[in-house]
Each structure stands twice: as structure tokens, then as C-alpha cells.
Ligand binder design. Structure first.
Ligand code: 4GX
Length: 249
């Protein structure tokens, strides 16, 4: 999958190729990344990429002309959708990452300053995407988040043991707790079931924890997801044990 990123900070975005899961995906040829700097298309001596907003007010807006050229240069080799990272976009979640992972390529547009000229969105942008309800200083971190979330879903990026099917959110739930040695840490022990060797019991405990933690921390995720009969039973068990432990009866 080819990612082309239009950004004033190419070295920032390109750092994803140097480490971890995304770095390995590049090494294996599963993803490729190229950046396009609007500043390279600026024609004046100062290579200006921003200008004052029509209507006045504080801050600057990214100039349309060099941005347009950078996007169109990226389009020459990438037929994919153009995604603009912005707080006004559709929220990125695991389901959207999964849909984006089925594209052959994406062009990610990163804004700086107060934003980009709205006509760029009208002319070139297929989708606006937000990585969360907070304000970043530019779209680059958003683009890096999107690349990471999408790349790990591509075949061959993760090994068997780290398969995306085991990830939190793969089935719409938060993850269960994890433990490793030692058996006791500062008086805290590992849940006995995890040392029982009974794989069915372990799987049942993990599912129950995932359901329970989702119920406690992100109830809106449960409302968005149908529970099977056996999941209902596990969650009821968790809720009853929680009620008893907090003496709500
Ligand atoms: N998820 N930002 C975009 C420029 C901007 C300013 C105003 C439109 C209007 C963000 C996010 C994010 C900061 C990227 C502002 N664009 N991107 N940038 N949240 O906060 O993706």
C-alpha cells in the first residue's frame, strides 16, 4: 500500500519508516511512503506557503497554489483517495482503519497554521478524518497515527503471535489484562486461572474481563455492539461480582 503525504514537515512523517511495526512493513515492501512538500512548489524568493486569512483575524492559512501542485504531483503516482487530517473529519476508529486498509493507496494531506484554503478541500479532498477531539499543531501526527493503524492490518505486517485478530477493538471490545513473571509483585499476584493451564477457562476469563472493562470504561462501545448469549452471561457474571465487591446490594 502506497502512502503519499503532503506536508511541510516530511522528516517528521518519514520517521515512521525507521522503527517498529511500520518500519518493518516498509522493509518488507508491504507499504511505501513518500512525502511531498508544498514549499518545494513555492515560487517566490522566500518560498512562502502561508498567507493572511480573508476576513481578517489571527493566524495564517496555507496557500492554495503550492498545496494544489503538491497534491497533484502525488496523484501522478498514487490513484488513491485524498484524506485531509482535521478535527472536523470523521472520527478514525478501528472499523475505518480496516476500510482504509483495503485501498491500494492513500494521499494524506497535513495542514499547519489555522488550516488550508477551503477550496482545496472542495477540489481535491475525498475524505476528512480526525484522530480525536483535541487540537494538534498540524496534521502530521494524525497522518502518522492513521498510517500506523492501517499498516498493522495489512497481510504480512504482524507475525502470528501479534496478529491483529488479538488486538483490542478487533471485535469492538477493550483488551483484557495481561500478566508476566514474576508470580508475585509487591504483594500482587497473578489471577490463578491464568496459571491453571486450562485453555478454555483462560479464554472465558479473558473474554469476561474484556466485556467487563468495556462495560465499566467505555459503555458506549457495548451499546454499539450486539452481545451473543454467552457474552451476555459472562458480562452478567462480571457485573454481579462487581456489585458484590462494592456492596451495592
Ligand atoms: N485529527 N489538526 C489540522 C489544521 C487545521 C486547522 C483548522 C482545519 C481547521 C487533527 C485532529 C488536528 C490540527 C490537524 C489543525 N485544519 N488532525 N490542523 N484532531 O487537530 O486530525
Amino acid at each position: 500500500m502506497q502512502f503519499d503525504v503532503v506536508t511541510l514537515f516530511p522528516e517528521l512523517v518519514e520517521s515512521v519508516v525507521h522503527s517498529g511495526v511500520t518500519g518493518r512493513a516498509v522493509e518488507r515492501g508491504i507499504i511505501s511512503l513518500k512525502s511531498w512538500n508544498p514549499r518545494d512548489y513555492a515560487t517566490d524568493v522566500h518560498r512562502t506557503v502561508d498567507d493572511r486569512p480573508y476576513g481578517g483575524g489571527p493566524g495564517m492559512v496555507m496557500k492554495a497554489d503550492c498545496l494544489l501542485q503538491a497534491i497533484r504531483a502525488a496523484r501522478q503516482t498514487n490513484p488513491g483517495k485524498v484524506v485531509y487530517l482535521s478535527p472536523q473529519g470523521v472520527p478514525l476508529n478501528q472499523a475505518l482503519a480496516g476500510k482504509l486498509a483495503s485501498e491500494d493507496g492513500l494521499i494524506l494531506l497535513c495542514g499547519r497554521y489555522e488550516g488550508i484554503d477551503e477550496r482545496i478541500i472542495a477540489l481535491e479532498v475525498d475524505m476528512e478524518c480526525s484522530i480525536g477531539d483535541y487540537v494538534l499543531s498540524g496534521g502530521e501526527l494524525g497522518a502518522m497515527v492513521l498510517i500506523d493503524a492501517v499498516a498493522r492490518l495489512l497481510p504480512g505486517v504482524l507475525g502470528h503471535n501479534e496478529s491483529a485478530a488479538q488486538d483490542s477493538f478487533f471485535d469492538g471490545l477493550l483488551d483484557c489484562p495481561h500478566y508476566t513473571r514474576p508470580e508475585e509483585l509487591e504483594g500482587l499476584s497473578v489471577p490463578a486461572v491464568l496459571k491453571s493451564g486450562n485453555h478454555a477457562d483462560i479464554a472465558r476469563w479473558r473474554k469476561k474481563q474484556a466485556l467487563g472493562r468495556t462495560w465499566q470504561r467505555r459503555p458506549e462501545l457495548l451499546r454499539a455492539r450486539q452481545l451473543t448469549d454467552s457474552e451476555r452471561v459472562l458480562l452478567d457474571e462480571y457485573v454481579n461480582e462487581f456489585d458484590r465487591s462494592t456492596e451495592l446490594h
